[in-house]
Every structure is written in structure tokens, then in C-alpha cells.
Design a protein around this ligand. Structure first.
Ligand SMILES: CC(C)(COP(=O)(O)OP(=O)(O)OC[C@H]1O[C@@H](n2cnc3c(N)ncnc32)[C@H](O)[C@@H]1OP(=O)(O)O)[C@@H](O)C(=O)NCCC(=O)NCCS
Length: 162
């Protein structure tokens, strides 16, 4: 497994990875309307734009893209794991945990004042167990907004050594 920076050619793969997760995994927890808004909120060009605005990483294995994640600085001491998506055919193999470890190392080298990593999930039944296993704790309810459509979300936080 290799982690590298996003390149514009990766946008289509990111779009597919995220769309597949919504369509195949999240339908138990979200309405069809929620899914439509959330999927349509990020088209391939949006990933190219995001990669100019924030650190954006691609996970590869044998030259195949198997995941991506990106980070947003919320304030001096807080960063948000804005998106993390692992290919559905490679789930449960430790790749998500390895991405979290990479994020923590990256933060300690690049955003040294960041002491808290947060994540907001609109599908907590599906993935909050993963976040708890890698050290996050739920800190409250919130909303995520996609094209003006609000979806209830859970915010989780992990304290980092800094
Ligand atoms: C959530 C996600 C990133 C986890 O990645 P992963 O590579 O499958 O996770 P790992 O293999 O590193 O799992 C780490 C631990 O969490 C557990 N875990 C992972 N996903 C889980 C799930 N959906 N439900 C319950 N436990 C889960 C694993 O069993 C493992 O436990 P262990 O340490 O006791 O063996 C991945 O499932 C994913 O990309 N899902 C679709 C998109 C998504 O939900 N993104 C987040 C949007 S907010």
C-alpha cells in the first residue's frame, strides 16, 4: 500500500469510490433523497478544486487506487478529516486504520499546533464503530449540508499528542 498526493487524473476514481459507498452501503441509514444530494454534491471537478484547497491523499495498491482522504484546518488547534473512502472490495483489511495513522503523522509534521482531529459522519450506524476503534469519541450531534440539503450527523473527536 502506498499513500501519495492527489493528482487531477485521480478525480474520476475518487468520484466513483465515494458514489459506490453511498449507493451500496449507506442506503440502510439514509433516504434516497439524502443519497442523491450527497452524491451530487461532489462531481469529479470538485475533487480537483478541493485538492487545491486542502491536503488530499490517494491510497494505492499495485497501481490501483483503493482509497482517498483529505484534511481541512478548522482552526489553529483543530483539523477535520473531511473525507475518507476505502474501496468496497478492500474493506476490513486495515487500510482505514493505516490512513488514520498517516493523518496523525502528517499533522504532527505539518500542522504542529493541531491537538484535535474531528470527523463528522452522516452514517454513524455504519462507521462510528470504525472511528471508535481508531481512537475517536462521539462529542455531539451536528448537521452536514450538501447542495443546501441538511443531513443529521454525529461529530467525533480524537485528541492527538501535540
Ligand atoms: C469506514 C472505513 C474508512 C473503514 O476502513 P477499513 O479499511 O475497512 O477499516 P479497518 O480495516 O482499518 O478497520 C479497523 C477496525 O474497525 C473495524 N471496522 C471497520 N469498519 C467497520 C464497520 N463498518 N463496522 C464495524 N466495525 C468496523 C474493523 O473490524 C477493525 O476492527 P479490529 O481492529 O477489531 O480488527 C471504510 O469502511 C470505508 O471507507 N467505508 C465507506 C466510506 C465511509 O464510511 N467513509 C467515511 C465517511 S464519514
Amino acid at each position: 500500500m502506498n499513500i501519495r498526493q492527489f493528482k487531477p487524473d485521480d478525480a474520476e476514481s475518487c468520484f466513483r469510490l465515494r458514489s459506490n459507498a453511498f449507493i451500496q452501503k449507506f442506503h440502510h441509514e439514509l433516504s434516497p433523497q439524502d443519497i442523491a444530494f450527497a452524491v451530487n454534491a461532489y462531481m469529479p471537478n470538485d475533487y480537483i478544486r478541493m485538492a487545491k484547497e486542502m491536503p488530499f491523499f490517494i491510497v494505492e495498491h499495485s497501481d490501483k487506487i483503493i482509497g482517498f482522504f483529505n484534511l481541512k484546518q478548522k482552526d489553529t488547534t483543530t483539523a477535520e478529516l473531511q473525507q475518507i473512502y476505502i474501496a468496497l472490495d478492500t474493506l476490513g483489511k486495515g487500510i482505514g486504520s493505516a490512513c488514520i495513522e498517516y493523518v496523525e503523522q502528517w499533522l504532527s509534521s505539518n500542522w504542529k499546533d493541531v491537538c484535535t482531529l474531528i470527523v463528522e459522519t452522516i452514517i454513524p450506524q455504519y462507521n462510528s464503530e470504525f472511528y471508535k476503534k481508531v481512537g475517536f469519541e462521539p462529542i455531539g450531534d451536528t448537521f452536514c449540508e450538501f447542495l443546501g440539503h441538511k443531513i443529521k450527523a454525529l461529530r467525533l473527536a480524537k485528541n492527538l499528542s501535540c
